[in-house]
Design a protein around this ligand. Structure first.
Ligand code: GLC
Length: 776
């Protein structure tokens, strides 16, 4: 069963009924002012940092779910009926309903009793407010006397305190003046949220209690029952932005008004600032600019393959999700609460991979920001908060190593090798070049090995939950071992490229050391996952639980360290033991209990999350590993199984949005196999984009040029792609002439036959467009 469809022309996902299995959300804004919004207008707003600059409240683990949000209520003053044109929170069944989640905006349309409404929500590019454009049309055949009410619930600016403490609401003040409610939490510095409208305000409520009434909810506010607000300011209590505006409509008449929600740094000028944002002409222009912003963003890479599902994801939704993860890391969504996650060193380092082709300057700045929370000795803090630039966490075995691939990917994309020499501060004082930061990361891992000579797992590796096997310390991580080998492999390529002879020797020795450890970590058919605190093997065929883990197999191949036989054996074992109709399990079989003796390490149910769930992030690595071995059918099988749009017709089972990747869906050991959770903010977005565009389609930037190295399904007769590379538009046609889809046999660029499968960067210099034809 489906709840909507893709409108590719308009780059929208159209939800056709409001009661989706979970709220299906969209993000507004571009990493500064923004928020998320569900298909029934639930959601919240914040500026830059959802913990320290929260504007409106959203209540997690709350019933009714998905509240509050950005609400408009309508009341027919003749009949006394009231409803929400966004379905929530009044939840009267609309005669028609449609929610269009577009790129940076959401438009919810419905009709009720012949009254048609459309509310379009968006954040203008580069501005620090949001717009709700409300259009109401009277198709009821009679004259109407309506009242429209706005509603948001303000939050204390520090969201964690708003949630935890009793006192924040006592610092609230809000009042109405000249069409605007301005809110103040007394201890906030230069932060005055406001909401206003040009609809002609007849009355207002700033007091939550006065608007909602006692023992009521957003579903049946007393103000709606009464058909008017009570003109309440608020002082020292919960605050809302409720304004009541009469809307009289002749039969057939249509009216539009706008609501703006934002903040001012200055209380005195808040109303003036808000009023400027009500300019309807400017709003039209801002919306056109938003569309143009996304046209431009997506114009950096587009693909036309024989598989429509691949095209939808690669051209629209996957790229959109990549930008969202770049903006919000794992900070704020329907699942993450915007309180404790910030920009993760590990997560954000990976997120850059999905956007570096489109916004390289922003990527460069982000890499530098993250490197600045690395210590001199090489390890790093885990989280950076973007607003106050504070960091927390640290002590993990993997964080610091992620920078190597990200920096190398940035240089391959841009050719900006000077970046290696830029100086970036260390978190504990002093500074070093970007290259030194990467080398120190490698040194740290080499210097922190355990009894088997494998890197210590420390507080955790990529898999946060594996920490529990390290109860007494001393655990070693084979994932980090391969991550180290991969980082060193990347450094070796970099050194060879730029002629760092001495450094090459240093890296080769580490790589050779890693090679010498392969026997220690090989289990016969696949690689182990770890050694626990007692030196016991994890991820071995000898055990009852957790016999095989996905990550060490894929990262082994990505590190290029194992023998060919080992690599094939490991990936065969993956296919045999871990594949399901929705993708690869993270490990198998998962235990349903936690018992150190039995090596059952996870407290959560078998088949969920990192305990035997289908963790999509890890599936992208499997796609890449399969491509590296030239196994195109498996690569596409994994990629295709994970495609969110394939879930569209079984949404009642999968529950989550079919237009974005989720962090995981429940694996086959769980009774709800196929049910998904934690959509949107996941490393899956960036890695799947990379896996598909650079590995399956094989259009891969390298230091010297753009490599064309597809590994597509054999049934495909080819594909087309357009990509910006070093400021040149590269138009690529790939033809599958052999029907078995091997690697490139002939490559011509503007009709010139190339020596190998690379379009040399030197050839591209000074050009604006090249045409490439490749045969496989
Ligand atoms: C989540 C975290 C990520 C971690 C992964 C596996 O996705 O955001 O940092 O690597 O879980 O535990």
């Amino acid at each position: 069963m489906h709840y909507g469809y893709f409108d590719n022309q308009n780059r929208e996902y159209v939800i056709t009924r409001p009661d989706t299995p979970t709220p299906w959300i969209n993000f507004l804004g571009n990493g500064e002012y923004g928020g998320f919004i569900s298909n029934s207008a639930g959601g919240m707003s914040y500026y830059k940092d959802p913990n320290s600059k929260r504007i409106t409240r959203y209540k997690y683990n709350n019933l009714p779910a998905d509240r509050p949000g950005r609400y408009i209520y309508l009341k027919d003053m003749k009949t006394g009926e009231y409803w929400s044109p966004t379905w929530q929170p009044v939840m009267k069944t609309p005669d028609s309903y449609e929610c269009r989640h577009g790129l940076g905006y959401t438009a919810i349309s419905s009709s009720y009793g012949g009254i048609e409404t459309q509310i379009t929500y968006f954040v203008p590019v580069g501005k620090d407010h949001e717009v709700w454009k409300v259009r109401i049309k009277n198709n009821s055949g009679k004259e109407l006397s309506l009242k429209a009410f706005t509603y948001v619930e303000f939050s204390y600016h520090t969201a964690s305190l708003d949630l935890m403490c009793d006192w924040p609401r006592m610092l609230f003040n809000a009042d109405f003046k000249d069409g605007f409610i301005v809110f103040e939490s007394m201890t906030a510095e230069a932060f005055y949220p406001y909401i206003g409208t040009n609809a002609g305000v007849e009355g207002y409520d700033c007091s939550l209690e006065k608007f909602i009434g006692t023992y009521r909810s957003e579903s049946n506010p007393i103000a709606l029952e009464n058909g008017k607000c009570s003109n309440s300011p608020v002082s020292s209590d919960n605050a809302v932005g409720a304004m009541c505006c009469p809307v009289n409509l002749e039969s057939g008449e249509e009216k539009t008004f706008v609501v703006v929600l934002g903040f001012s740094e200055n209380k005195e000028t808040a109303v003036q600032k808000g009023r400027e944002n009500l300019d309807e002409q400017q709003i039209e222009k801002d919306f056109a600019d938003l569309r143009a912003y996304w046209d431009n963003f997506l114009s950096h890479a587009s693909f036309s393959t024989p598989d429509e599902n691949v095209n939808i994801m690669l051209n629209i939704w996957n790229q959109y999700q990549c930008k969202t993860t770049f903006d919000w890391s794992r900070f704020i969504s329907l699942y993450e609460r915007g309180i404790d996650r910030g920009l993760g060193f590990r997560d954000s380092m990976q997120d850059i991979l999905g956007v570096v082709h489109a916004i390289p300057d922003k990527v460069k700045a982000r890499i530098k920001d993250l490197l600045s929370i690395q210590f001199k000795k090489g390890d790093a803090m885990s989280v950076l908060y973007p607003a106050d630039r504070k960091a927390c966490g640290g002590g993990r075995s993997d964080d610091h190593l992620w920078s190597v691939f990200s920096v190398c990917t940035y240089i391959r994309e841009t050719g900006d090798r000077e970046f290696l020499n830029e100086r970036v501060p260390y978190y504990d004082g002093g500074d070093g070049t970007v290259l030194e930061h990467m080398e120190n990361a490698v040194k740290f891992t080499v210097d922190n090995s355990g009894e088997h000579g494998i890197p210590l797992l420390l507080l955790s590796d990529w898999n946060d939950t594996l920490a529990s096997i390290n109860k007494k310390g001393g655990s070693e991580s084979i994932f980090v071992f391969f991550q180290l080998a991969h980082a060193v492999y990347e450094l070796l390529l970099l050194y060879r490229q730029y002629g760092y002879i001495e450094k090459e020797k240093w890296a080769s020795e580490i790589y050779a050391y890693c090679e010498s450890k392969l026997d220690t970590i090989w289990d016969g058919k696949w690689f182990l996952r770890a050694f626990n605190s007692y030196g016991e093997k994890y991820g071995t065929a000898d055990d009852e639980y957790n016999r095989i883990f996905l990550n060490p197999q894929t990262w082994a191949v990505m590190s290029r360290l194992p023998t060919e036989e080992q690599a094939h054996s490991a990936l065969d074992a993956v296919h045999e033991n871990l594949m399901t109709e929705f993708g690869l399990l993270i490990h198998y079989p998962a235990a349903d209990f936690y018992d150190v003796e039995k090596k059952a390490y996870m407290p959560c149910a078998a088949g969920t999350k990192e305990n035997g769930g289908i963790f999509y992030h890890t599936n992208a690595w499997a796609v890449i590993a399969e491509v590296l071995l030239g196994r195109n059918e498996h690569a596409f099988e994994y990629y295709s199984a994970a495609l969110p749009c394939r879930r569209n017709e079984i949404s009642e089972l999968c529950r989550i949005e079919p237009y974005v990747y989720a962090s995981h869906i429940f694996g086959k050991q769980h009774p709800e196999f196929g049910a998904g959770t934690n959509s949107w903010l996941t490393g899956t977005a960036a890695w799947m984009f990379l896996a598909a565009s650079q590995y399956i389609l094989g259009i891969r930037p390298d230091y010297d040029g753009l490599v064309i190295d597809p590994c597509i399904p054999k049934e495909w007769d080819g594909f087309k792609a357009e990509r910006m590379f070093r400021n040149v538009k590269v138009i690529i046609t790939v033809k599958n002439t052999c029907g078995s889809a091997g690697r490139v046999k002939n490559l011509t660029v503007d009709g010139n036959v190339m020596e190998d499968n690379t379009i040399p960067a030197a050839y591209l210099k000074g050009k604006t467009l090249v045409q490439v034809y490749a045969e496989i």
